[in-house]
Design a protein around this ligand. Structure first.
Ligand SMILES: NC(=O)c1ccc[n+]([C@@H]2O[C@H](COP(=O)([O-])OP(=O)(O)OC[C@H]3O[C@@H](n4cnc5c(N)ncnc54)[C@H](OP(=O)(O)O)[C@@H]3O)[C@@H](O)[C@H]2O)c1
Length: 288
C-alpha cells in the first residue's frame, strides 16, 4: 500500500469513512478547503508541489445537485477542471489517482443496469461536470474512475438524515417513487476505494453500490421502519409515493440509474442496502 495518500473532501461523507478505515501504516493528507481549494487551480498546484502525495483519492466534489443548475461554472471548476490538475500531477509523478464519480452520468432511460463501458448521457449540470471529471482523470495512465450512487452516512448531510428529521416534524411525507437506484453506505464505499487502491487492476472504470435496488419511497419506508425499531423515531408519519413530475426540482434526475457491479476486474462483494442501512442506523443510535 502506498504510504502518503492525499484525500480531498476529507470533511465529506466518503472522506470521513476513508479516514476511519485507512490501512495501517498509511500517511493521510486531508486538507480542508482553506489549504486546498478545488475551485482554485493555483491552490491545488501549490498543495501538490509542497506535499508530493504518492496516491490521490479525489472524494471532494461539488455535490449540491440542484444548486449546480444555477452555479454551472463553479461546479465545472470543482468537478472537472480540478480533476484535470490532479490528473496532470498523477501522470507526471506516476501517482495513482482515484476519481469518485456518480450514477448521474447516465440518463436513466434504458431501464436495466448500466455496464461500466456503456455510453454516458448526463441530464443535469452536476452529472455533466462529474463526467468531465471522469474524462480528465482518465487522461492519466494511472487514473481510475469509481462510480457510486445514493451515498449516505451517519456523518454529514444525506437522504437518511433528512427523512429522520422530516419524520420527527411532519404527519405526512410524500416521497418520489419513480426514481430507482441503489443506496450506498459511505463506509462500504470507503472499503471499495481502499481495495481498488490496493489491488489496482488494469481496468479503468468501476461501479460500486451496495446490493439491491429501490425507489426513494422504498428507501424512506425502510428508514422509518428501521429507525422506529431502534428507538431513533418515536412517532411514525404516513408515507406516500409521489411522481417526480409532482415534485419539480431545478435538476432533472435519472429514473433508473442502477449500475451493474458484477463482472468487473475488481469484484467487491456488496451487502444488501437494507443491511447496510441497519448498520448505519445502529451507529447513529449509539452516538445519541
Ligand atoms: N452523495 C451522493 O449521494 C453521491 C452519489 C454518487 C456519487 N457521489 C460522489 O461521491 C464523492 C463523495 O461524495 P460525498 O457524499 O462524500 O460528498 P459530500 O459529503 O458532499 O462532501 C463533499 C466534500 O467535497 C469538499 N469540497 C467541496 N467543494 C470544495 C472545494 N472548492 N475545495 C475543497 N473541497 C471541497 C467538501 O468540503 P467542505 O466540507 O469544505 O464543504 C466535502 O469535504 C463525490 O465525488 C460525489 O460526487 C456522491
Amino acid at each position: 500500500m502506498t504510504s502518503k495518500i492525499l484525500i480531498t473532501g476529507g470533511s465529506g461523507q466518503l472522506g470521513y469513512h476513508l479516514q476511519q478505515s485507512a490501512p495501517a501504516g498509511s500517511q493521510l493528507l486531508c486538507p480542508g478547503r482553506d489549504q486546498l481549494d478545488l475551485a482554485d487551480t493555483a491552490s491545488i498546484c501549490a498543495y501538490l508541489e509542497a506535499q508530493q502525495p504518492q496516491a490521490i483519492i479525489n472524494a471532494g466534489a461539488y455535490t449540491a445537485v440542484d444548486k449546480a443548475e444555477s452555479e454551472p461554472e463553479l461546479a465545472a471548476r470543482i468537478n472537472g477542471e480540478a480533476v484535470a490538475v490532479l490528473a496532470d500531477y498523477s501522470a507526471h509523478h506516476s501517482c495513482p489517482l482515484i476519481q469518485v464519480s456518480t450514477d448521474f452520468v447516465f440518463n436513466g432511460e434504458q431501464g436495466h443496469p448500466y455496464l461500466v463501458d456503456q455510453a454516458t448521457d448526463p441530464v443535469s449540470v452536476y452529472g455533466q461536470t462529474k463526467l468531465a471529471g471522469e474524462t480528465a482523470a482518465l487522461t492519466s495512465p494511472l487514473g481510475r474512475v469509481l462510480r457510486t450512487s445514493w451515498v449516505y452516512s451517519e456523518h454529514g448531510h444525506n437522504f437518511v438524515k433528512t427523512i429522520l428529521r422530516l419524520a420527527a416534524e411532519r404527519d405526512q411525507l410524500a416521497i418520489v417513487a419513480d426514481q430507482i437506484g441503489s443506496p450506498t453506505y459511505a463506509a462500504n464505499l470507503a472499503t471499495a476505494v481502499w481495495q481498488l487502491l490496493d489491488l489496482w487492476p488494469a481496468q479503468r472504470c468501476y461501479h460500486y453500490s451496495d446490493a439491491g435496488v429501490c425507489s426513494w419511497y422504498d428507501f424512506a419506508l425502510a428508514i422509518v421502519d428501521e429507525s422506529e425499531a431502534l428507538g431513533l423515531l418515536n412517532r411514525r408519519p404516513e408515507l406516500g409515493p409521489q411522481r417526480s413530475e409532482d415534485y419539480p426540482t431545478p435538476a432533472k434526475r435519472p429514473h433508473y440509474s442502477v449500475m451493474q457491479t458484477s463482472n468487473q476486474a475488481l469484484h467487491l462483494p456488496a451487502v444488501h442496502w437494507r443491511a447496510a442501512l441497519q448498520t448505519m442506523l445502529n451507529r447513529l443510535s449509539s452516538q445519541q
